[in-house]
Write a protein that binds this ligand. Structure first.
Ligand code: MN
Length: 226
């Protein structure tokens, strides 16, 4: 089984004038495609052949890790963009306010981290182990999977992501990238986490822990007619 280049969820012209068709034709059809090809070549005959992308990212080193992570990162990047206008869900907005103070402060902090990341890399909105949002900068191909964090949104700040449209002016790319974000994709990623949490608590409460005794007692209380 070989990895395949994902289908772009929109036309190459869809994000104009913010991200041009020419940028996408290089970024997706050349750069992204070549990470997929290199990954397939590198894993042939190794322990990673036939493994999932997630497994490879968590366990491989060197060229295999770099190419696998770049495939994941680009898949995530393209899915996070859309020509359709969208806004953050109520739940996400509440979490952004809780963890960054306001939407404006969140945008400022995110774009500033992306503008100042030295060299090539990616900036991510993630959910940490403690269920809080945070903005993480990673160099080169490194990504949240490798650090056991849940990815919600990513921005590619490698020069190939913006040089055709914005030359060396990374901040202009970032401002325009922000205009084509797909907030529904971010909300979907957040919902994935909630499904996991719900499953963790959907087991029957039938052991003898204090928490279960409490839940049982509350159920009895609620069922008692007043
Ligand atoms: Mn890229």
């Amino acid at each position: 089984m070989k990895f395949e280049l994902m289908s772009l969820p929109y036309d190459e012209k869809a994000l104009e004038p913010y991200i041009s068709a020419e940028t996408i034709s290089y970024h997706y059809a050349k750069h992204h495609a070549s990470y997929v090809d290199k990954l397939n070549t590198l894993i042939e005959g190794t322990e990673f052949e036939g493994q999932s992308l997630e497994y490879i990212i968590k366990n491989a080193e060197g060229g295999i890790f770099n190419n696998a992570a770049q495939v994941f990162n680009h898949d995530f990047y393209w899915h996070g963009l859309s020509a359709e206008s969208s806004t953050p869900s109520v739940e996400l907005s509440d979490m952004i306010k809780r963890d960054f103070g306001s939407m404006e402060e969140f945008k400022k902090t995110f774009l500033n981290k992306a503008a100042t990341l030295f060299g090539s890399g990616w900036v991510w909105l993630v959910l940490n182990e403690n269920e809080k949002l945070s903005i993480e900068s990673y160099s080169n191909a490194d990504n949240p999977l490798r650090h056991h964090k849940k990815a919600l949104l990513t921005c590619d700040v490698w020069e190939h992501a913006y040089y055709i449209d914005y030359r060396n002016v990374r901040p202009d790319y970032l401002e325009n990238w922000w205009k084509v974000l797909d907030w529904n994709f971010v909300a979907d990623n957040l919902a994935d986490v909630e499904i996991d949490v719900t499953n963790a608590y959907s087991q029957p409460c039938n052991d003898n822990s204090d928490v279960c005794d409490y839940v049982d007692s509350m159920q009895k209380y609620e069922e008692t007619p007043s």
